[in-house]
Design a protein around this ligand. Structure first.
Ligand code: MSP
Length: 492
């Protein structure tokens, strides 16, 4: 039986068009998904959009649009961007999809009937940007540290999900994660994020969390009290399950055997192997999400992998500062594969990475135009005769183990650096051996030199498949047809 691999990205809010941060997570997930497909695994890659809540309701009101029409428009924009970036997802879940809404309501009813959800009152400081109630220590002079906006003081009747009772069990699950992936463990990586969450959980008591809002109309109505709508994160988390066909039934294994194909997908792919998230949404993913799953008696995901943020000129990107790098602008300048390369080589994936347009142009010219692009055209333009002898190199070397380790550990920048070391070595090899002179005075040596270069380019083309699928194809084609088109035009 084939090994399965289920990977998710967060579902993105549709209050605004997609930005470079969304693209960063999505390209990384796509690289992993493609890599696992190449290993002949059965892969499911889920993406989607998070479409309810106050933030979106307010934005639609400002735009004078019906909220459904508004989210339809923005969600389509996300999909369009993923097409341009060659992101090959297997399903795109929208939280306004009927089957998703039905499953959420089923879960709410079940948890309410079972006593995990109860009616109470909630008071707290709500940040609409985060769509979260904030603890006092997360605020700076009453403002949300993440969004630098004043929080709303909310005091209202609300339904709550029991969290406190399960805190100890949650800590145990997070601690029990060695070796890498045991059944029932819940890995948080990189390690320092696991430590951060454990120290938070050991120092603060988790409060039961409000899962409904009385004064937010744009959300899924609670089945047992339609005056309330579902808290947007509760709704959003369940998309990781509904996106692979779960219908919200509390006894999934029983119902699934009756339900046939759709339920089979859920049964096959859950628990997720990797859930990629940015550091800003770690705490909710490491508390509310696994506790919801515990109430549902569903296994937690095997791994939450947390990545850092892209900064611009050392600062958080913000419209007010005017340092936002547009993803459309990047695509226009660097093309699909150029953009994918620049995002994945921006820095170590778990850490923040600083980018500026100026530095990206430099890197593009150095690594892609003058680096890889130039190497391909030099090799292909050299007279490859006698062809028959050179073509022996058609056998493609196996992908190297070292690079697989890098990708499995989500060290995308190291994997790319590994490939670019081959590019740099080959450049030097050409300078040292001067094949254009050998072609005239030493045929045997010329063939030997060309065979190494052609064989290296086949290897590079193969290693690049998950990162730069189109370029990988183009290199192969250039070697086969001996025609070199310009892969990466120089940019200013
Ligand atoms: N809708 C929620 C997620 C729900 S998942 C059940 C959400 N959406 S979001 O659109 O605000 O953000 C989604 C992702 O984009 C997060 O992982 C976040 O970390 C990431 N990024 C947002 N800005 C970013 C950067 N500047 N750099 C890298 N990633 C960043 O949160």
């Amino acid at each position: 039986m084939k090994k399965k691999f289920y990977i998710t990205t967060p579902i993105y809010y549709v209050n605004d068009k997609p930005h470079i941060g969304h693209a960063y997570t999505s390209v990384a997930a796509d690289v992993l998904a493609r890599f696992h497909k190449l290993q002949n695994e059965e892969v499911f890659f889920l993406m989607g959009t998070d479409e309810h809540g106050l933030k979106i309701q307010k934005k639609a009101e400002n735009e004078n649009m019906d909220p459904q029409k508004f989210v339809d428009k923005i969600s389509a924009g996300f999909k369009k961007l993923w097409d341009k970036l060659e992101i090959q997802y297997d399903n795109f879940i929208r939280t306004t999809d009927e089957n998703h809404k039905k499953a959420v309501q089923k879960v709410l009813q079940n948890l309410f009937d079972g006593g995990a959800i109860y009616k109470g009152e909630y008071e707290g400081q709500y940040c609409v940007g985060c769509e979260q109630f904030k603890n006092e220590n997360e605020l700076v002079e009453g403002r949300c540290a993440e969004h630098d906006t004043v929080c709303e003081n909310v005091k209202e009747e609300s339904y709550l999900l029991k969290m406190t009772d399960l805190q100890k069990k949650l800590i145990e699950k997070i601690e029990k994660d060695e070796p890498a992936r045991p059944a029932g463990g819940f890995n948080i990586r990189p390690e320092r994020y696991k430590k951060e969450i454990l120290s938070f959980l050991k120092n603060e008591k988790l409060k039961d969390v409000s899962i409904s809002r009385k004064n937010v109309s744009w959300g899924i109505p609670l089945p047992f009290d339609p005056e309330h709508t579902t808290y947007v994160w509760f709704d959003a988390f369940l998309s990781y399950l509904t996106g692979i066909g779960w219908d919200g039934d509390l006894t999934p294994t029983l119902s699934l055997s009756r339900r046939g194909s759709e339920g089979e997908v859920f049964k096959k792919f859950w628990p997720a192997d990797v859930q990629l998230i940015g550091k800003d949404i770690l705490r909710v993913h490491a508390t509310i999400w696994p506790i919801m799953l515990m109430h549902l008696e569903i296994e937690p995901p095997k791994m939450l992998f947390v990545h850092g943020h892209l900064l611009s000129g050392g600062k958080k990107m913000s419209k007010t500062i005017g340092n936002v790098i547009g993803i459309e602008e990047m695509l226009e300048k660097f093309g699909t594969d150029g953009t994918r390369y620049l995002l994945m080589s921006a820095g170590t994936f778990g850490e923040d990475a600083d980018v500026t347009m100026e530095r990206m142009v430099k890197k593009y010219n150095a690594d892609l135009a003058n680096g890889l692009g130039n190497l391909v055209s030099r090799v292909v333009k050299l007279d490859l005769n006698p062809k028959s002898q050179i073509q022996m190199t058609n056998k493609i070397p196996n992908p190297n183990d070292k690079i697989s380790d890098f990708i499995n550990e989500l060290k995308f920048d190291s994997a790319l650096n590994y490939i670019w070391n081959i590019v740099r070595e080959d450049d030097k090899f050409i300078e040292d051996n001067k094949p254009w002179e050998l072609a005239k005075n030493n045929q045997a040596k010329f063939i030997e030199v060309m065979q190494k270069l052609v064989s290296d380019l086949y290897l590079i083309s193969k290693l690049l498949i998950p990162f730069m699928p189109e370029t990988s194809e183009k290199i192969k084609k250039a070697l086969e047809t001996e025609k070199a088109e310009i892969l990466f035009p120089r940019r200013k």
